[in-house]
Ligand binder design. Structure first.
Ligand code: GDP
Length: 446
């Protein structure tokens, strides 16, 4: 996500480090580099011009103020301007005063709409709502079935065309879906609509008809971030044809240069509300302009990391682990170690997690090559131990190690390695625990 842009921006800002004051030439050179970085990331030209002009103007005044040195001030300015073009404040869904809240999705075929409908439904479910999905995309042959499958995976009910539900008529299906939600007390309705491969008049008319029939609280325009400049043109067409309140970016996990994300808000005046970065239903979240700007500048996204940790880590488990670390809950065992590793896993791929830490941009290649199966191997080894061995790893002698290695299909040296690392980790935890502890943070196998 934004890899090239991020590298180029951080590199050009790094050149300013250590300068006591910035000359006009420094500012010009930096502005030029930022301009190239944005253009290469496929950001729309008017947006680039505005961005660079704003940064330049503010950078000139940078030396007069406060605690930061001029270079740090420029980073701060670039960060603030990025937040601005990404939309400023986080824009949240406006819930209807009188449920159900109706959300209509629009966009081109292949944008990821149907997948997104299920992701959004799951997201609402996790917020404590009771969503209903409505399959009003009757254009693409498999769309209804796909929504049913995804809905089932998300554990969300799907209203689909059937005799009586308006077979063949997307407007009737959509209207029926909202009525069904009202009847059965679903508080959120998500209407998936048809997309074509390109913008066309029929498509726009159908979407407009559905909009008029269901009177949505939010129309969300779903767009594939990988289509670059085209995203802006498509957005404009949908804005004119149907109108929308917010944007959902999909496929941010791809090799997106990021141009769509950075242009769409300025060009359409509509905020990005959600972002999707993967095919799994959970690869989806609220879009936060400030956090995204921090990620682009490799300042990390610690807030998202903490939120994910809170979701994944069971509070009770964490408290138990913390107690053990401070020596109150018995000795830390290999069972605890395994448990913590599994919890960490729940947060998602380690590569993604590590990528959210500040300054990790430089390790992007190593992270991409990190073998997630290493964790599977560690799990297999621990699972091949008897409960007594896990509880008291000191008893794992040579012959036990050989048996464990055979049982888990690894070389004996890997078992040795794990056991030694475990003892080291335990020793380290104990010494840390004396100084306040590191509750809930598992020892990451290296
Ligand atoms: P629709 O035609 O707009 O309904 O698009 P679909 O939901 O069928 O998605 C088109 C393709 O994009 C499918 O293969 C999805 O699995 C894939 N897809 C959707 N969202 C994402 C995403 O965020 N990242 C990636 N990598 N693929 C996605």
């Amino acid at each position: 996500m934004f890899a090239t842009l991020s590298d180029r921006l951080t590199a050009s800002l790094k050149n300013l480090r250590g300068k006591g004051r910035l000359s006009e030439a420094d500012i010009d050179a930096t502005a030029r580099e930022i301009r190239i970085a944005l253009l290469e990331a496929d950001v729309a030209l008017p947006v680039v011009k505005q961005f660079v002009a704003a940064v330049k103007e503010r950078a000139r005044g940078a030396e007069v103020s406060g605690a930061l040195n001029p270079a740090q001030q420029v980073v701060k300015i670039v960060h603030e301007e990025l937040v601005t073009i990404l939309g400023g404040e986080t824009r949240r869904v406006r819930m209807a005063k009188q449920p159900p809240t109706v959300i209509m999705l629009a966009g081109l075929q292949g944008a990821g709409k149907t997948t997104l409908a299920a992701k959004l439904a799951l997201w609402f479910k996790e917020q404590g709502n009771s969503p209903l999905l409505v399959a009003a995309d009757l254009q693409r042959p498999n769309a209804v079935n796909q929504l049913q499958v995804n809905g089932e995976r998300a554990g969300v009910k799907v209203w689909a065309p059937e005799p009586g539900n308006g077979v063949g008529d997307p407007v009737a299906v959509a209207r029926g879906g909202v009525e069904e939600a009202r009847r059965t007390l679903h508080d959120v309705v998500i209407v998936d609509t048809a997309g074509r491969l390109g913008v066309d008049a029929d498509l726009m008319q159908q979407a407009a008809d559905i909009r008029d029939a269901v009177d949505p609280d939010e129309v969300l325009f779903v767009v594939d971030a990988m289509i670059g400049q085209d995203a802006v043109n498509t957005a404009q067409a949908f804005l004119d044809g149907v109108g929308f309140d917010g944007v959902v970016l999909t496929k941010l996990d791809g090799d997106a240069r990021g141009g769509a994300a950075l242009s769409i808000r300025s060009i359409t005046g509509r905020p990005i509300m959600f972002a999707s970065a993967g095919e799994k239903l959970t690869d989806f979240d609220t879009f936060h302009p400030d956090r995204m700007a921090s990620r682009i500048l490799d300042m990390g996204d610690v807030l998202t990391l903490i939120e994910q940790a809170e979701k994944a880590f069971d509070a009770e488990q964490a408290a138990k682990a913390a107690a053990k670390l401070t020596g109150q809950g018995g000795e830390f065992t290999l069972d605890d170690f395994l448990e913590q590793m599994l919890q960490l896993r729940k947060m998602g791929s380690l590569t993604k997690i590590m990528g959210m830490l500040p300054g990790m941009g430089q390790f992007r290649d190593q992270l991409a090559n990190f073998d997630e199966r290493e964790i599977d191997r560690v799990q297999a080894i621990i699972r091949s131990m008897t409960p007594a061995e896990r509880n008291d790893p000191k008893m794992i002698d040579g012959s036990r190690r050989a048996r464990i290695a055979r049982g888990s299909g690894v070389h004996v040296s890997e078992v040795n390695n794990l056991v030694e690392r475990f003892f080291e980790a335990r020793k380290m935890m104990k010494s840390l625990a004396g100084g306040g502890g590191i509750p809930g943070m598992p020892g990451i196998p290296g």
